[in-house]
Unconditional design. Structure first.
Length: 508
């Protein structure tokens, strides 16, 4: 089906059901793509010779860039987003091994603003002295660079946790031409969000996904969009948990809030039937306070939380389609690069976790789809990237000069190349205040390594153990791999700018 035909079909469906639940269930999956196993060179896990960077030319004219992110959207949630798959994935490139190196809200989004790993932007968690909005240095960020490159910069949706608290409700961070952010704690009230529109607070009494959708479409349609290129960051709250709660919500487990018309549209949806569900890996230390035992009642509540997440994703999916349609209606679609992603992964029960932050694949992995001029169409690519790379790539597309030393790399040259592996440093800090590092680690190809604050280690080979059931760290036959990944962790744990790993290696 052509792009125009897809748009037309979606337009009819959306016109018939403008705010209603999609009758479509999962239409296939992107989650089933196998991970390409890294070539193991004779001298270790990582080959000694990196791949030469392919030639790439920046677009001759500056493209518009629409970056859409969702809060806590898991990679597997794409199964329930048929419009997003049809209009973005089928018309663009899906990056199946994108990860959040620090998989929790604020650090992940600060990386999208800076192109840096958490240890360098120093926004390590969601609150406390080293976390949240107040811990972020909002100067020298991507929007300032985009303005310097001649772009209008537009924001709507959720910013960083804590924005709007402690006298910050009327703040407008530097670098934004048009600022429309929800203020905490209304951000998590799905029926009564308050928006700071360029310094003026306005309450809304509609479902938050629809408010953000309409704010974004209004900015896309504004006459001044014809005057200069634009960059928009549209950050939806769904499917993050929030309220107000319904009478039938579980008492002991936080849930999200679907749109009224989507409630009960997936009644009875079961949790994923996967080997890592409610299973702590063998030979791995009990290091995470997030890990717990879920009894029968706890599992039943998680099933409801999972069901409601999927229901909340339906309005998000329709909103994505509305943005593509609005770009087409305003004649901007062919000149706009759309980037769709999430801040971090999420799991409801994987490895006995309800949440994120940990080093397991389901909490690190993020959806990443690109569509637009210069993006290969209908491609699925397992090249490894992290969310710092997204910010670096956006600035490269715009011809913007990064205000900060970039830990990330521009991955545009690699979109048409064979799949590549990367060394990506991992890290996480204590949630409450960021005062203690929980773990550092390395992701490379099939290998995941993590070293915890008590000195214990975990090592997984996803080629042999895709669900990370058994840690290999204590097995003598993996001593060489453990030693090499340990050295990489020590080398890159405090990397910055050019000392961070930039090389790409062939994926076998």
């Amino acid at each position: 089906m052509t792009a125009v035909a897809v748009l037309a079909a979606s337009s009819i469906a959306l016109a018939a059901l403008p705010d209603s639940a999609s009758p479509l269930g999962p239409l296939g999956t992107l989650a089933g793509n196998a991970i390409a196993r890294a070539d193991k060179a004779p001298d270790g896990v990582v080959p000694s010779v990196p791949t030469a960077t392919p030639e790439w030319s920046r677009p001759s004219t500056q493209p518009n860039i629409l970056m859409i992110t969702a809060d806590d959207l898991a990679y597997e949630d794409l199964d329930y987003m048929p419009h997003t798959r049809h209009l973005l994935a089928e018309q663009g490139t899906s990056m199946t091994e994108a990860i959040a190196p620090t998989p929790i809200c604020v650090p992940a989004r600060a990386s999208l603003l800076t192109g840096q790993y958490s240890q360098n932007h120093q926004t390590l968690t969601i609150n406390g002295e080293r976390g949240g909005y107040q811990a972020m240095d909002h100067t020298g960020t991507l929007p300032e660079a985009m303005q310097e490159a001649g772009y209008d910069t537009l924001f709507t949706g959720k910013y960083l946790n804590g924005y709007g608290l402690k006298g910050t409700a009327k703040d407008v961070p530097p670098g934004w031409t048009d600022w429309r952010a929800t203020v905490d704690m209304s951000t998590y009230n799905f029926t009564k969000p308050k928006i700071n529109h360029n310094g003026k607070i306005t309450p809304h009494h509609r479902y938050t996904t629809y408010v953000m959708r309409d704010q974004a479409n209004e900015m896309i349609s504004a006459p001044e969009r014809a005057d200069k290129p634009w960059y928009m960051w549209l950050n939806y709250v769904a499917p993050h948990h929030g309220g107000p709660a319904d009478k039938d919500d579980p008492e002991g487990t936080s849930t999200t809030r679907p749109a009224d018309e989507d409630k009960h549209s997936f009644d009875g949806l079961e949790l994923p039937d996967l080997p890592y569900m409610f299973r702590t890996p063998t030979d791995a230390p009990p290091i995470s306070a997030s890990q717990k035992h879920f009894d029968t009642q706890g599992r039943a509540e998680l099933r409801i939380a999972h069901e409601q997440r999927v229901e909340a994703v339906q309005a998000l999916d329709r909103a994505v389609a509305s943005h593509v349609l609005r770009l087409q209606e305003t004649g901007q679609l062919d000149d706009t690069i759309i980037i769709f992603s999430s801040d971090n992964g999420y799991t409801t029960g994987g490895h006995n976790i309800n949440g994120k932050l940990m080093h397991y694949r389901e909490t690190q992995r993020i959806p990443l789809i690109l569509r637009g001029p210069g993006i290969p169409q209908g491609r699925t690519l397992s090249t490894a990237v992290g969310n710092p790379d997204i910010a670096t790539t956006v600035m490269a597309l715009a011809g913007a000069e990064p205000p900060r030393a970039q830990d990330g790399v521009n991955f545009m040259p690699w979109l048409s190349a064979p799949a590549q592996n990367r060394v990506i440093p991992l890290s996480a800090w204590r949630v409450n205040d960021g005062s203690r590092q929980i773990y550092s680690g390395i992701r490379y190809g099939d290998w995941t390594y993590a070293r915890f604050s008590d000195g214990s280690e975990e090592l997984y080979d996803l080629a042999e153990d895709p669900y990370q059931i058994r840690s290999l760290a204590l097995l003598p036959e993996y001593a060489d791999e453990l030693a090499e990944l340990r050295r990489l962790d020590e080398k890159y744990a405090d990397c910055a700018g050019d000392t961070c790993p930039k090389e790409f290696y062939p994926a076998g």
